[in-house]
Ligand binder design. Structure first.
Ligand SMILES: [Zn+2]
Ligand SMILES: [Zn+2]
Length: 151
């Protein structure tokens, strides 16, 4: 997912959030934020490490710190590894489509109009059982193009 805020602004926000939990915006943390910004899809730690010469232990630790600072969100999937993406409030609201065979996760673009109508419907449903201030997370499950081809 492309960043919804300008890059300079993004880094200022990340720096401020880290500072708020007593952490510095180090070179590697900035690099991780850049990798996740550019990816467009949530990444596993092996995908983050691939060909970049980063140490797994420090990437793991830094992602944890970024998660605690509210910069990064860890998606819980059926896979052995979690997947990481920038927090929605740093990018924009979106949904995911998950492959039931290989576990790959992609962001799913949706037209604003469709999103708005779905939000209305889901909000109405939640209010009918007494819930207020409703938001949603939505994961679609399917078979990705490369798995479908291989079968
Ligand atoms: Zn939505
Ligand atoms: Zn797949």
């Amino acid at each position: 997912m492309m960043s919804g805020v300008a890059t300079g602004e993004l880094h200022d926000t990340v720096r401020a959030r880290l500072l708020a939990v007593g952490q510095r915006y180090t070179h590697q943390r900035r690099r991780l934020v850049e990798i996740l910004t550019r990816s467009g899809n949530p990444l596993t730690i092996p995908e983050i490490l691939r060909g970049r010469g980063l140490a797994q232990s420090s990437v793991y630790r830094n992602l944890g710190d970024l998660e605690r600072a509210g910069v990064v969100r860890r998606l819980v999937t059926d896979e052995e590894y979690g997947r990481y993406e920038l927090s929605e409030d740093l990018t924009e609201h979106h949904h995911h489509v998950i492959c039931s065979r290989c576990g790959t996760v992609q962001d799913l673009p949706m037209r604003a109009e469709v999103e708005r109508r779905m939000e209305e419907t889901l909000g109405r449903l939640a209010r009918s059982v007494g819930f207020a201030e409703v938001s949603h997370r939505l994961d679609l499950i399917g078979v990705c193009a490369s798995c479908a081809q291989g079968s």
